[in-house]
Design a protein around this ligand. Structure first.
Ligand code: ADP
Ligand code: UDP
Length: 240
């Protein structure tokens, strides 16, 4: 598939048109941002690590009949995806209390939740992604109740499938953010599933292998993203 002009540049990825309007080329950048883009940096090969982690996980989810935008990896740092009309809602799923949940509700950091929490946020950095509920989504015309039911059903299934996947890799899936889009009358899971969009802790040591290393200046960002990729791909990881 031929790469055509730039269609959209976000904080962590670039989307290019291709010679088929149904597909986009998604290129993962080495840039990393946090706190709605206020904190910025870049790390060599971070784009490769996130692309390969996402490609593996989308492919894995497809094997459980979860519809995703992923078509195929086209290079170390790029994948071909379906061109979707994105729903501007971030769907966050949580198994363990941390991050903004702790700030909002005062629950204990690191507490295992008795039931997974699903939260919705409007994707709008200028307003710090305000929390919304289903009725905001319908009232603002972002999706229908039927589409929301599909989104919540897919998000719950992704959590069940990935929780046990990561568990088998010696990792805890703490929480993660999903984005959805629609095309040809169907809802697809889109965007990425990587250390940028998930919190993942080593089961034994508690080591964080995700963006919290950048958010909270914990160091070893490149090697932690690389370790996450190797452990997801089930390949041997040889730290330098
Ligand atoms: P941000 O938008 O947060 O700055 P990114 O750099 O990750 O982040 O940008 C990627 C953009 O591509 C996001 O706006 C996302 O909603 C959008 N996107 C993700 N998957 C698709 C897709 N399959 N089709 C169209 N747009 C997509
Ligand atoms: N998340 C994300 N993008 C966002 C906000 C959150 O990918 O714009 C992910 C984040 O990495 C974590 C989960 O969603 O895995 C829950 O994040 P939380 O609400 O705790 O966010 P925080 O306030 O800590 O950024």
């Amino acid at each position: 598939m031929e790469r055509k002009e730039l269609f959209h540049e976000g904080k962590a990825k670039r989307l290019y048109l291709t010679d088929d309007p149904h597909y986009l080329l998604m290129e993962f950048k080495d840039d990393i941002t946090a706190f709605d883009g206020d904190k910025k940096s870049e790390f060599p090969r971070k784009g490769e690590f996130n692309n390969q982690t996402s490609a593996f996980l989308f492919n894995y989810l497809e094997s459980y009949h979860i519809p995703t935008h992923f078509v195929q990896a086209v290079s170390d740092s790029a994948m071909l995806v379906r061109n979707l009309k994105m729903i501007p809602i971030e769907v966050v799923v949580r198994n363990i209390a941390t991050g903004s949940l702790v700030k909002r509700y005062g629950v204990e950091d690191g507490m295992t939740l008795s039931y997974p929490i699903i939260e919705l946020f409007l994707k709008d950095d200028s307003r710090h992604d305000p929390m919304i509920n289903e009725t905001h989504a319908y009232a603002f015309g972002h999706c229908t109740p039927e589409q929301m039911r599909t989104i919540v059903r897919i998000a719950s299934k992704v959590n069940a499938v990935l929780k046990s996947f990561f568990d088998r890799r010696g990792l805890t899936l703490v929480d993660f953010k999903l984005e959805f889009g629609y095309g040809e009358g169907e809802i697809f899971l889109a965007d990425e599933i990587s250390g940028d969009s998930c919190r993942i802790w080593d089961k034994k040591t508690g080591k964080k292998l995700d963006k919290d290393r950048f958010r909270h200046d914990l160091g070893d960002i490149e090697s932690s993203y690389e370790e996450l990729m190797f452990r997801v791909l089930n390949k041997e990881h040889k730290p330098d």
